[in-house]
Ligand binder design. Structure first.
Ligand SMILES: Nc1nc2c(ncn2[C@@H]2O[C@H](COP(=O)(O)OP(=O)(O)OP(=O)(O)O)[C@@H](O)[C@H]2O)c(=O)[nH]1
Ligand SMILES: [Mg+2]
Length: 241
């Protein structure tokens, strides 16, 4: 396909990493995208038996003057190690901030990508987080106070959306999402109720969170985008959920 079309051909994981890459703005997001690319590319080097030019760019980030496969692999390993150290120091800062917030009541918005988590974040906190009709618009968790302010104060966190059939440990932002969720006093599972597959999307979110034990945390189901439903399907939804 690549030689016939002259463009890079990616599999599902490759496409998702590429989307992440295009949306990455912060240092943490960029670091983890590079780690994911390299982690994903390294085993593929073995499969294809070489590091030939991939034409249209895409996932790769090949350096110049790489000659042998072994050398490439060693360089990739070294680079991944270096990037992970950088990222670890950033997550350390996040952990310190999170532990300072330990005494506070916190609510985490979790759910499938594009469900409307950031829109709800805006509505609850009045903050200007990015909302977009895209997969993975949000790549970093954001924490803001519920507004108007309450006593005691309540913190709301917007997190990275999940998606089916993705090895979630490939991209570190999922780890910070999971940490955020684990630390929350309440989870709001946001679903796009106008999507016919919302039940299976909810299941993806639930099962990923269950893996880290976050299913023990009290939660509410938020049926979002009900304005897109017909009156009848809304009634049906109310009866069946
Ligand atoms: N019709 C309708 N659209 C909505 C609603 N809530 C959000 N949207 C739209 O859905 C799209 C995705 O919204 P976001 O809030 O960015 O979704 P998200 O869950 O944060 O998505 P990611 O950060 O990409 O995982 C945007 O185009 C929103 O304007 C709603 O209640 N009704
Ligand atoms: Mg978002």
């Amino acid at each position: 396909m690549e030689s016939a079309t002259g463009v890079a051909v990616l599999d599902r994981t490759g496409v998702i990493i590429e989307i992440f890459s295009r949306h990455a703005r912060t240092r943490a997001a960029k670091l983890q995208v590079e780690i994911a690319k390299l982690t994903y590319v390294a085993p593929r080097l073995r499969e294809t038996g070489g590091n030939e030019d991939r034409g249209g760019g895409g996932v790769g980030g090949k350096g110049s003057g790489e000659t042998s496969l072994e050398l490439d692999k060693r360089r990739i390993r070294d680079r991944i190690k270096e990037l992970k150290q950088d990222l670890a120091s950033i997550s350390q800062e996040h952990n310190v901030r999170r532990s300072r917030r330990d005494q506070e009541i916190s609510v985490a918005l979790v759910g499938y990508t594009n469900a409307g988590k950031s829109s709800l974040m805006r509505a609850l906190t009045g903050s200007e987080v990015l909302v977009a009709d895209k997969l993975f618009a949000t790549l970093d968790t954001t924490v803001r106070l519920l507004y108007p302010e309450t006593v005691p104060k309540i913190l709301i966190s917007d997190t990275v959306g999940f998606i089916k059939k993705l090895p979630h440990d490939l991209v570190a932002s999922f780890k910070s999402t999971l940490d955020e969720a684990l630390n929350a006093s309440l989870l709001l599972y946001v679903v796009d109720s106008s999507d016919p597959t919302f039940r299976s999307q909810l299941e993806v979110t639930r099962s990923v969170l269950k893996e880290v034990g976050a299913h023990e945390i009290p939660s509410l189901l938020i049926l979002n985008k009900v304005d897109r439903l017909t009156a009848n399907s809304l009634i049906e939804l109310k009866m069946n959920s």
